[in-house]
Design a protein. Structure first.
Length: 323
């Protein structure tokens, strides 16, 4: 496999200044064409029907992955899903009516971000990325990742491959200088165990999959007050994704109570993600992505809230320009 060529251009780094970012995320023009969802069979997704509500122009899926066996998995990786390509994901975009998307580096490849960068190059300006790097990463590599569209770094506490949790704090200072964020995935117990470290990051913190509060404890779990404090601090974001993780109901109503509580507290710092191709689910147990997206109006029942979660908030977090 050929190594990707070095990226020659150096774009202006996005700062975390609120005024600059908010000016970049103005609501799309009402003349913007909204893609019409269509019934489609999509790899790694059950069902074929489109969503049952109208998505706003510029709707963004802030969490999905790509997999390709031509790119070597890290020797210590334990999560090794089947291939899931950008072309496959484009079918999901058509089915759901999405325009923007964020590709998240999975634990499978550790800190080898070649597949992520190659996919971002192919995906175009509507795509952003979240990479995996260690604290030893060079400034040149960070700049190359930024030029490719990366705007954050992920630590998967459930599958730490090629990195360690103690890298997060020193790395966060370098991410803050670039206007990036640090994204963390893990069970509620893992996040609780790392709360002191996560509370001291120099950059914004993004929590995957609503913090994975286990059911039936849900909002009564001791991690939830920690989540509330993080949200009150004004620099923590949560992804409304992975409803099936830990849910004990087929309608995900138990996890819905968590989502609704997050919406009530900080709707301006929530984003939505599909988690396609659902790497923790077996091939014969993939969820229906339209059904998952249909949960959003239950959690955020107004058009204003849906516009914020699907369009405006992602524009701030990932530095998207106005459409």
């Amino acid at each position: 496999m050929n190594k990707p060529p070095r990226l020659a251009s150096r774009r202006h780094l996005l700062g975390w200044g609120a005024s600059a970012l908010l000016s970049a995320c103005a609501s799309p023009s009402p003349k913007t064409t909204v893609p019409q969802p269509e019934a489609l069979a999509v790899p790694h997704s059950a069902g074929q029907a489109p969503p049952n509500f109208a998505l706003p122009a510029g709707a963004c899926d802030c969490h999905h992955h790509v997999y390709d066996h031509r790119y070597p998995a890290h020797p210590s990786a334990t999560l090794l899903p089947a291939d899931a390509s950008l072309a496959d994901y484009r079918l999901l975009q058509r089915r759901l009516g999405l325009q923007r998307h964020v590709i998240v580096q999975p634990s499978t490849y550790g800190t080898d971000n070649r597949l992520l960068v190659d996919t971002l190059r192919s995906a175009g300006p509507q795509a952003r990325g979240v990479a995996v790097v260690g604290s030893e990463v060079s400034e040149l590599e960070l700049q190359q990742l930024h030029d490719a569209g990366v705007r954050g770094v992920r630590f998967n506490l459930s599958f730490l491959v090629g990195v360690s949790a103690d890298m997060m704090r020193p790395l966060s200072r370098r991410l803050a200088e670039r206007g990036w964020h640090l994204q963390v995935n893990g069970t509620a117990d893992l996040l609780l165990a790392h709360q002191a470290l996560l509370s001291q990051l120099a950059c914004p913190l993004v929590i995957d999959h609503m913090g994975q509060l286990p059911q039936p404890a849900g909002l009564k779990h001791p991690a939830y007050p920690v989540y509330q404090r993080w949200l009150e601090g004004g620099r923590t974001w949560f992804k409304l994704s992975g409803a099936y993780l830990g849910s004990q109901r087929t309608d995900y109503a138990d996890v819905g109570l968590v989502a609704q509580a997050l919406v009530r507290q900080a709707p301006e710092r929530l984003v939505w993600g599909s988690d396609w191709p659902h790497p923790t689910k077996k091939a014969d147990a993939k969820p229906d992505d339209s059904a998952l997206l249909n949960l959003l109006p239950q959690w955020a029942p107004t058009a204003k809230l849906q516009q914020a979660i699907l369009v405006d908030n992602p524009a701030v977090l990932y530095g998207y320009p106005s459409l």
